[in-house]
Design a protein. Structure first.
Ligand SMILES: Cc1cc2nc3c(=O)[nH]c(=O)nc-3n(C[C@H](O)[C@H](O)[C@H](O)COP(=O)(O)OP(=O)(O)OC[C@H]3O[C@@H](n4cnc5c(N)ncnc54)[C@H](O)[C@@H]3O)c2cc1C
Length: 389
C-alpha cells in the first residue's frame, strides 16, 4: 500500500515504517507464535525494537526518545503487527504510560521512567478495569487515601496485561477526599514488588506472549511521589492517556489485518482447485478487495486521529480515535475470517499462522473500549442523540 501521490505520510514516517518492517520481518510470524506457544516472551524482539529507538519514537528527546508523535509510534506498532509480530504492550508502556508521565509527571518521574520506556529496558503496565468497572469506568472503587506523607492503596483490578514483565503498574484509583468524602480519579505508579500487592494470571483462550492478570491491592503503602500529576485533574490526565491507547489499538488491528490480507492474497494466487487459482473466482477475490478498502479506510482514520492528537487537539482526537479503533477492529475481524476461509482446511492449521488470529483480532472489538461503547460515543457526541445508558 504505497502512498506516493497527493496524500502521503512524511518521508520520515515512511522510512520509519520500512525500517521497522525489515526488523520485524527478520523475526517473523514463526518466531512470534513459537514464543507464544511455549509461554515465552518476545524479549529479544522487544529489546531490538527498543535498541533501534523505535519504542521511544514518541518520547521527548531530552529523555532519550526520538521526539516524534503518537503517529510515529502507531506506525511502529502497525508495521510490527503487519509482519506477524503484534506487540500488545506497545499499546501500554511506551504509549499510555509514557504519554501520561511525559505530559503530567514530575521532572523526577520523567527522568526515572522515560529513558527506560524509550530504549525498552523498562516496562509499565496500565490498570483501569475492575470486575465491576469495565465499560463503566466511572464505577472504579480502587481507593487511595493519604496517611502522613504516604498513600495507602486498596482495591482490585482485572484483565491487566503484562504485569509479570513490568516493573510497575500505572493504577487508576480514586482519591478519598477527606474534606467532602467525595472520590476522585487519580493515577499512581505501583511497583510490582510492593508489599500488599498480589497478582494472579487469568487463564485466557488467547495464545499470545503477553498474559492478563487480576491484581489485588491490600493496603499497599506508596511514597508521596507515586501520584502522577494532580490529584484534582485525574479525569483530564486519564483521557490524555486513553486517546493514545485507542490510536495504538487501532494500529495493532490494522497491522494484524494487513498480515492476514497478505497471507490470503498470496495463497489465492497459487492454490488451484478447479484448474485455476482460486483468486480467479469473484467469490474469493471480492471479499479480499472489500477488506483492502476497509483496511485502508481504517488506516486513514488512524492517521487522522494521530495527527489531531499530535497537534494538541485532545477533543477532536477523541472522536477520531474512537472511530479509528472501531473501524480497525471491524476490518481485522472480517479479514481474519476471510483469510481463514480462503485457506480451506489450511486456515486452521498451525503452519499457516491464521487460526490463532481469530481470538487476537477479536480482542480489538472488546478492548480497550468495546465496539458498543464507541457506537454509544458516536451516537451521543457526533450525532447529538440522547445518552442511552
Ligand atoms: C486481552 C485483553 C487485555 C486487556 N488488557 C487490559 C489492560 O492492560 N488494562 C486494563 O485496564 N484493562 C484491560 N483489558 C480490559 C478491557 O479494557 C475490558 O475488557 C473492556 O473495557 C470491556 O469491559 P468488560 O470486560 O468489563 O465488559 P463489560 O463492561 O462487562 O461489557 C460487556 C458487554 O456489554 C456491552 N455493554 C456494556 N454497557 C453497554 C451499553 N451501555 N450499551 C451497549 N453495550 C454495552 C459491552 O460493549 C460488552 O460487549 C483487557 C481486556 C482483554 C480482553
Amino acid at each position: 500500500m504505497n502512498q506516493s501521490s497527493a496524500y502521503a505520510e512524511s518521508a520520515e514516517r515512511q522510512a520509519l515504517r520500512a525500517a521497522v518492517s525489515d526488523l520485524a520481518g527478520s523475526y517473523g510470524r514463526d518466531y512470534f507464535t513459537r514464543c507464544a506457544r511455549i509461554g515465552e516472551k518476545t524479549t529479544e524482539l522487544w529489546a531490538d525494537v527498543g535498541k533501534h529507538g523505535y519504542l521511544g519514537v514518541a518520547v521527548p528527546e531530552e529523555y532519550g526518545g526520538g521526539g516524534g508523535g503518537i503517529g510515529d509510534l502507531a506506525a511502529v506498532c502497525e508495521e510490527l503487527a503487519a509482519a506477524g509480530c503484534p506487540l500488545l504492550l506497545m499499546v501500554v508502556s511506551p504509549a499510555i504510560c509514557a504519554t501520561v508521565i511525559a505530559r503530567f509527571g514530575t521532572e523526577d518521574q520523567k527522568r526515572r521512567w522515560l529513558p527506560g520506556f524509550a530504549d525498552g529496558s523498562r516496562k509499565m503496565a496500565f490498570s483501569i478495569t475492575e470486575p465491576d468497572a469495565g465499560s463503566n469506568a466511572h464505577n472504579i472503587t480502587t481507593t487511595a487515601r493519604r496517611e502522613g506523607d504516604s498513600w495507602v492503596l486498596g482495591g482490585r483490578k482485572t484483565y491487566i496485561s503484562g504485569v509479570d514483565e513490568s516493573e510497575a503498574v500505572l493504577v487508576v484509583a480514586r482519591c478519598e477526599n477527606a474534606r467532602t468524602g467525595k472520590l476522585k480519579p487519580a493515577l499512581f505508579v505501583v511497583p510490582t514488588d510492593a508489599d500488599g500487592f498480589e497478582w494472579r494470571p487469568i487463564e485466557m483462550d488467547l495464545v499470545t506472549p503477553e498474559k492478563q492478570f487480576t491484581l489485588f491491592f491490600d493496603d499497599v503503602r506508596l511514597p508521596e511521589d507515586s501520584l502522577v500529576g494532580d490529584e484534582n485533574a485525574g479525569l483530564l490526565q486519564l483521557f490524555a492517556g486513553l486517546n493514545p491507547e485507542r490510536i495504538m489499538a487501532a494500529s495493532f488491528s490494522t497491522g494484524l489485518a494487513r498480515f492476514a490480507l497478505e497471507r490470503a492474497t498470496e495463497y489465492v494466487k497459487t492454490r488451484e482447485v478447479f484448474g485455476v487459482p482460486i483468486g480467479a473466482h469473484q467469490a474469493i477475490a471480492h471479499p479480499l478487495a472489500e477488506s483492502t478498502i476497509e483496511i485502508e479506510l481504517a488506516r486513514l482514520m488512524t492517521q487522522k486521529a494521530a495527527a489531531l492528537y499530535d497537534a494538541g487537539d485532545d477533543m477532536g482526537a477523541g472522536e477520531a480515535a474512537n472511530m479509528a479503533k472501531y473501524a480497525a477492529a471491524e476490518a481485522a475481524c472480517t479479514v481474519v475470517d476471510r483469510a481463514i476461509q480462503v485457506h480451506g482446511g489450511n486456515g486452521i492449521a498451525s503452519e499457516y499462522g491464521l487460526g490463532n488470529l481469530l481470538a487476537v483480532s477479536r480482542v480489538g472489538r472488546i478492548a480497550p473500549v468495546s465496539r458498543e461503547m464507541v457506537l454509544n460515543f458516536v451516537a451521543m457526541h457526533t450525532l447529538d442523540l440522547p445518552k442511552s445508558y
